[in-house]
Design a protein around this ligand. Structure first.
Ligand SMILES: NC(=O)c1ccc[n+]([C@@H]2O[C@H](COP(=O)([O-])OP(=O)(O)OC[C@H]3O[C@@H](n4cnc5c(N)ncnc54)[C@H](O)[C@@H]3O)[C@@H](O)[C@H]2O)c1
Length: 346
């Protein structure tokens, strides 16, 4: 007797639905990211290298494919397909746009397509907040944070730090664009932060006056090159990955999300590996710090470089899907899968 598998449904989840589920839920999302890092650290994931689609006629643009498979209790497979078009910003559009496809574990069928610029920003910010927490446990909590490059990602990281219990005496802001710096300063003031907000026109002043530095620029190659700026040993969330020169990386303790991923695509740690021919400058991964297997070297700057893992998008995307389904709000596309009988019979 043959058993028939039900025809999978296919749903489309809008950015409004995604935002509705995630907004105000920051602590829970950090827990989801914490779990995803642990599942990845236990090798219960498949997370191949991201594929970068570049364009000869649009050299600043790219679209990246991040296929992944997440194990653990909430297993799911899928693909994030995310565009970065930095010139969008001048035209009033966000730089990044994205979709996330979720695939069923047993049949492989895609069962959902989610707006994913919000999921991507959310998992990036949750990962940064998680890292900031773990990496300051032995160093004392910074009270002066500096945001270097202040677009959408910097806003999400501030939201996640604030929502997970961080409070700052001083918040520094630096951006190549004075308009962006002013917009971020206004956002901070509207967010009700009690901190003193300072816009620094000089990058050096921002770094020297911050114990926690968040890089979220779109720089393609290192533009911060003087290790002396980091003489006070700040913790650095190097989210944009390509801002720091190899000299600064080599003078720091370095924690990555995934070593093989991060030593690619001309990230600053990749440049440091090319300069030295070894990986001795890497202390370990965030998972190793979280499990006590690694303690980063003290008495030097501590740089966290997260390449950004597709399994994190899957973990957040699956949570959003399950939550929208639980609320009975899934918008299913009727008849999405159409050719379903082997010989066209009914
Ligand atoms: N590691 C990850 O997992 C991950 C995930 C998502 C985004 N990102 C990265 O985060 C970065 C920020 O993304 P976004 O969406 O906020 O971009 P965005 O374009 O909205 O903002 C970037 C800001 O950086 C400023 N900037 C650019 N170069 C600068 C420089 N040299 N010095 C100072 N400021 C500079 C720009 O003026 C802009 O305000 C991107 O590089 C993106 O690739 C990383």
């Amino acid at each position: 007797m043959s058993s028939q598998t039900a025809v999978p449904a296919f749903s489309v989840l809008s950015g409004a639905q995604v935002h509705d589920v995630l907004s105000g839920n920051e602590k829970h999302i950090v827990d989801i990211i914490d779990t995803a890092y642990r599942v990845h650290g236990r090798h219960d994931t498949v997370n191949p290298p991201s594929y970068f689609l570049n364009f000869p006629d649009r050299p600043t643009a790219r679209i990246i494919a991040l296929p992944a498979s997440l194990g653990g209790d909430n297993r799911v497979d899928g693909l994030k397909w995310i565009s970065s078009f930095p010139e969008n910003v001048a035209n009033g559009l966000p730089r990044a746009s994205a979709v996330l496809i979720l695939n069923d574990h047993d049949t492989g069928y895609p069962f959902a397509c989610l707006e994913s610029s919000i999921i991507s920003a959310t998992r990036t910010a949750a990962s940064a907040a998680l890292a900031a927490d773990w990496l300051t446990r032995d160093r004392g909590r910074p009270t002066r944070v500096g945001f270097f490059g202040v677009g959408l990602i910097a806003r999400y990281i501030h939201t996640y730090l604030a929502a997970t219990g961080w409070s700052f005496d001083e918040i520094g802001v630096h951006d190549l664009s004075q308009a962006h710096a002013a917009g971020y300063r206004d956002y901070l003031r509207d967010s009700g932060t009690g901190a003193r907000v300072t816009v620094y026109t000089e990058a050096e002043d921002l770094i020297r006056n911050s114990d926690l530095v968040v890089f979220a620029t779109v720089a393609g190659r290192p533009h911060v090159t003087d290790p002396a700026w980091f003489a006070h040993n700040p913790v650095v969330l190097h989210v944009s990955l390509r801002d720091l020169s190899p000299e600064i990386i080599l003078a720091s303790s370095n924690v990555l999300d995934d070593v093989e991923h991060c030593l690619k695509a001309n990230t600053s740690p990749h440049l440091a590996e090319q300069a030295t021919g070894n990986r001795d400058f890497i202390d370990g991964t965030l998972y190793q710090v979280m499990t006590g297997a690694v303690t980063p070297r003290p008495d030097r700057p501590l740089v966290f470089s997260p390449f950004g893992l597709g399994v994190l998008d899957l973990a957040v995307g699956k949570y959003v899907y399950d939550e929208v389904a639980r609320r009975g709000d899934l918008a299913t596309v009727e008849g999405f899968f159409h050719e379903l009988t082997r010989y066209g019979t009914r």
